[in-house]
Write a protein that binds this ligand. Structure first.
Ligand SMILES: [Zn+2]
Length: 182
């Protein structure tokens, strides 16, 4: 068995006299190690996993392809950073159709915004939020003007970033070599 640095530290730091505290710290570190393991995969995959957890369900029968580094199609607003494509009972990409009819679902993430995995990791909060937002569309959610909603049509600050994305930020940055770790 290979001990990740965080796990090794959790073992060394165990204090039998203070079981409660030690167990709690160990638990946090184990979660962190698990997150670092996840983060060592590509950011798009991690964001997809977190988006599924955020919504507590998976759209399109679990068949969603997530493609980063995509060029904007002709006619697309130049500020578009993510979008969905799918077939529906009302034709292609029709968000008025019931989400239960969506097939061939894909989330695309714009190259101009996040051309590399390092940039996806470096702009993690907004990258993760965008994946959560697009996954919401595939679940049939329309845009919302409720302050702080992940379904806001435009993000002007990080207020809409879900905690599940924020929690992953340091591990993602660390695994991308962007920070010294903790
Ligand atoms: Zn949208």
């Amino acid at each position: 068995m290979l001990l990740l640095p965080a796990a090794a530290e959790a073992q060394a730091g165990r204090t039998p006299q203070r079981n409660g505290t030690a167990a709690k710290a160990g638990h946090v570190r184990a979660r962190r190690a698990a997150m670092e393991k996840l983060a060592s995969r590509d950011p798009a995959r991690l964001a997809t996993t977190l988006a599924e957890r955020y919504w507590g369900t998976v759209p399109c029968g679990g068949q969603v392809s997530v493609q980063a580094d995509q060029p904007l199609a002709a006619g697309m607003d130049a500020t578009t950073d993510g979008w969905v494509t799918f077939e529906s009972s009302l034709g292609p990409n029709n968000l008025q159709a019931p989400a239960s009819s969506y097939t061939q679902c894909a989330i695309s993430l714009a190259r101009w915004q996040w051309p590399t995995q390092a940039e996806q990791a470096g702009d993690w909060n907004m990258f993760c939020l965008t994946v959560v937002h697009e996954m919401g569309h595939l679940l049939g959610h329309q845009h919302s003007l409720t302050p702080g909603s992940v379904m806001a049509p435009v993000f002007t600050d990080e207020a809409s970033v879900p905690p599940i994305c924020r929690e992953a930020r340091l591990p993602v940055e660390a695994s991308a070599g962007l920070t010294g770790g903790r």
